[in-house]
Design a protein around this ligand. Structure first.
Ligand code: HEM
Length: 469
């Protein structure tokens, strides 16, 4: 079942065959051997935007000896996201995650098995558990706010990271993990995350210190999770969370999941969802703090929705459209994943061009979201662009792609939206914020693109009464 393909071997394989069709233009300025790597490393988004400006929808560039083809614009995205798995393959590209998620799950198994495994989580994303997550998010954001005191300065990305680890550990992994977050889990999770690095992308099993720490951390986390599963089986406890959904699931052939599979799938969603949410929560804060009118609209909406009930709820959060448009605008301007990559297994035709087998096909939400002509005044922060009748994202299915598209589209989008809304509803209810420095540049040195750190903001408790009783 599992195919333990080594990513280095997969990514280094065959040079692209010369296919029929118009040759895809290559961006200017490549170096011998290095290709466009130096420019890409300096600023990948600026380089990819230059690709689009020079040649339009389909452009070739080289990073070292690897050949890439960038797809830009809704029609090109459509071709990309609709391509079958045996033509554009995610698994070859994500092999670096196998030592982190573990064997026998996610990108270590055939795509249809991965889809079945992720499908087990859908019960945990229905409205009933989501209502419970909304309560947890409110509680965690409230505890976080209590700990801030009256006024001070905080490093926003670090703070959002802590808060989203706490929320994710409770909703995804279970209350038992949340109880141990500060006594070992957070450190092990951090070490596991450090296993995602450039060397690991090409040589995930190379015995360097970061990989040894990663492997130790995975064993430690697996130990914690397996003990919790054993405890639940012993006591008959069945709380509503992702772990329980997996413990109760069965494959189509009737087989239940092993503890190791449950652990691997939980790590998959934790990695897919926690850092991305933390980063987007940080960008949201930064954009809102420099737009008082946006904050005023969100607060007015909060008063209207929660004024009577005085309690945060899933239904209330869903009604917060001004806040939702702010999330969307931050997804547009600051997508945490700036690049989605697939390996081309079979030549792919688009607009008279043939993308050759062996190349790596990419789309960039960061570049596409600022295309002129799709969004009005695309560099401007303007959440109202998502409000009807403008609804600028509705022109095409693939205009806004911060959560991906097609078969691999993010399954946690609703959870992420709920979490971002809950966090900022609580924080804007309690505090006024001011950035300490200029708006930060993106940090492209990390696999998820957040603001450069440290990124400090000043906060002060508001005098006005809370909308929550
Ligand atoms: C702001 C937060 C988030 C962002 C920006 C985000 C973005 C994305 C993107 C762009 C993809 C597609 C990757 C690709 O095509 O290669 C993706 C996939 C995925 N996301 Fe999210 N995500 C977020 C939060 C979450 C959360 C909270 C969860 C889980 C609760 C989650 C679970 C997943 C999973 C499991 C996949 C893989 C789906 C598949 O390959 O079939 N994500 N996400």
């Amino acid at each position: 079942m599992a195919n333990h393909t080594d990513s280095a071997a997969t990514l280094r394989s065959a040079r692209p065959a010369a296919p029929p069709g118009k040759p895809i233009p290559e961006i200017s300025g490549g170096w011998p051997l290095l290709g466009h790597l130096p420019e890409f490393q300096r600023n990948p988004v600026a380089m990819l935007d230059r690709c689009r400006r020079e040649h339009g929808e389909l452009v070739r560039f080289r990073l070292g000896t690897r050949e890439f083809v960038l797809f830009t614009g809704p029609e090109a995205h459509d071709c990309y996201f609709r391509a079958p798995e045996d033509q554009l393959d995610a698994r070859a590209v994500y092999q670096f995650t196998v030592p982190i998620f573990g064997r026998g799950v996610a990108y270590d198994v055939a795509p249809e098995i991965m889809a079945e495994q992720l499908g087990f989580l859908y019960p945990a994303l229905r409205d009933a558990p989501m209502r419970r997550y909304a309560e947890i998010m409110y509680d965690e954001a409230g505890r976080f706010a209590d700990a801030l005191g009256e006024a001070g300065v905080l490093d926003l990305p670090a703070a959002m990271n802590r808060l989203t680890v706490n929320i994710a550990s409770r909703c995804l992994l279970g209350q038992e993990v949340r109880d141990q977050v500060d006594s070992g889990f957070a450190q092990a999770y951090h070490d596991l995350e450090e296993g995602i690095n450039l060397i690991g992308f090409f040589l995930p099993r190379l015995p360097i210190p970061a990989h040894r720490r990663r492997d130790r951390a995975r064993r430690r986390i697996a130990g914690i999770l397996v003990r919790i599963m054993e405890g639940r089986r012993g006591s008959g406890a069945a709380p509503e969370d992702f772990m329980q959904a997996l413990m109760q699931a069965r494959y189509r052939d009737g087989r239940t999941l092993s503890d190791d599979e449950v652990t691997g799938i939980l790590l998959t969603v934790l990695f897919a969802g926690q850092h991305t949410s933390a980063v987007l929560a940080s960008w949201m804060g930064l954009e809102m703090f420099r737009d008082p009118a946006c904050v005023a609209r969100i607060r007015a909406e909060m008063r209207e929705i929660y004024g009577e009930t005085g309690a945060m709820s899933l239904a209330g959060l869903k009604r917060q459209t001004a806040l939702e448009w702010t999330v969307r605008e931050c997804e547009r301007l600051h997508p945490p994943l700036i690049l989605l990559i697939r390996k081309v297994l079979k030549p792919l035709q688009y607009a008279g061009y043939t993308v050759p087998a062996g190349a790596l096909a990419v789309v960039s939400p960061a570049v596409s979201h600022r295309l002129p002509g799709l969004f009005a005044d695309p560099q401007r922060f303007d959440p109202e662009r998502f409000a009807p009748p403008r609804s600028e994202n509705k022109q095409h299915l693939y205009t806004l792609i911060g959560f991906g598209g097609g078969k691999h589209r993010c399954m946690g989008e609703k959870f992420a939206m709920l979490q971002l809304k809950a966090i900022w509803t609580v924080l804007l209810d309690r505090f006024d914020f001011d950035p300490v420095a200029d708006f930060p540049a993106p940090n492209y040195g990390s696999w998820v693109t957040g603001p450069m750190v440290p990124c400090r903001v000043r906060y002060r408790r508001r005098a006005q009464a809370s909308v929550f009783s």
